[in-house]
Design a binder for this molecule. Structure first.
Ligand SMILES: Nc1ncnc2c1ncn2[C@@H]1O[C@H](COP(=O)(O)OP(=O)(O)O)[C@@H](O)[C@H]1O
Ligand SMILES: Cc1ncc(COP(=O)(O)OP(=O)(O)O)c(N)n1
Length: 274
């Protein structure tokens, strides 16, 4: 049988403003030339000024979306984003155990940049204990890594310690994103791989308010690259460059924390070919 075109799955919430959540995932996966599919878990009324409201979907329709994808598509990698609450996290865990959608990138989305909760407090422990062990890679930002590990993170040493703790909780690969270290002139992420290798990925910090959806974009890019068959290390390295381009070559949309320029990496690739 001819190999099917690479397909990836985003299991996430919708951001009506188009900058984060499932919309960021779709734009990113498309840019990486992978066919994007979706399981919608929650709907938010959101723009660049913040989250106005959120509506988690009934588990019946969540289950039905998974079943429909399994019946027909050949998904090679998947990611999770906003999962809302305990009920939705448990539904997603049950479906990921039932079907094989390839390596899971777990983006443990908890709080939007404006401060709105996207995961209930009591669901954090369910993500940690039930979803994390299913993941091939977890991509927390600093506050999310603190919640999952129960330790504070103030230094780069703390980031490395937290990554090891997460690996000991059962996930093979970890990337702790340093985007929230706002006083640093570099934005540095710490990577710890299943083979014990670790390294930093750094880029000069861009002085901009337009960083809405950075975490989603990074994890969606990793997912797309894994769907193409790239290694975890290759996927992470490409994704850091991709997200960096989307921030650096920014666009102006909305009046608050604006979205990224999801087509910026095309220029980077075009210049590399010359
Ligand atoms: N101002 C910035 N300049 C350059 N890179 C950034 C900036 N803000 C975030 N990043 C990068 O974007 C990615 C997402 O990080 P982060 O913003 O910490 O995640 P989240 O959106 O989940 O809070 C990381 O690779 C991080 O280093
Ligand atoms: C529906 C939805 N999902 C996720 C987020 C948060 O995404 P993230 O990439 O972490 O972006 P910021 O919160 O850093 O802007 C969201 N806002 N909405």
């Amino acid at each position: 049988m001819v190999d099917q075109f690479p397909q990836a799955l985003s299991i996430a919430g919708s951001d009506s403003g188009g900058g984060a959540g499932m919309q960021a995932d779709l734009k990113t996966i498309q840019e990486r030339h992978v066919f994007a599919t979706t399981v919608l878990v929650a709907i938010t009324a959101q723009n660049t000024l913040g989250v106005k409201d959120a509506f988690p979907l009934p588990t019946k329709i969540i289950d039905e979306q998974f079943a429909a994808l399994d019946e027909d598509l050949q998904i090679k990698a998947c990611k999770t984003g906003m999962l809302a609450d305990v009920t939705r996290v448990k539904a997603v865990v049950a479906n990921l155990k039932k079907y094989d959608f390839g390596p899971l990138t777990l983006d443990p989305v908890m709080i939007a940049k404006g401060g709105a909760p996207l995961l209930s407090e009591d669901a954090v422990i369910v993500v940690r204990d039930e979803l994390l062990p299913l993941a091939t890679i977890v991509t927390p930002n600093l506050p999310e890594a603190e919640k999952l590990t129960g330790q504070t993170i103030n230094t780069t040493d703390d980031m490395q310690m937290a990554a090891k703790k997460l690996q000991n909780m059962g996930v093979q690969n970890v990337i702790i994103k340093g985007g929230h270290f706002e006083n640093d002139n570099q934005s540095s992420d710490f990577v710890l791989l299943s083979n014990g290798r670790s390294f930093w990925l750094s880029a000069p910090r861009v002085n901009t308010a337009n960083t809405h959806g950075t975490g989603d974009t990074l994890s969606a890019c990793i997912t797309a690259e894994l769907a193409k068959g790239n290694s975890v290390e290759q996927a992470i390295k490409i994704s850091k460059q991709f997200v960096d381009a989307t921030i650096r070559d920014g666009i102006k949309v909305g009046h608050g924390h604006g979205p990224l320029n999801h087509w910026a990496y095309r220029k980077v690739e075009a210049n590399a070919e010359v």
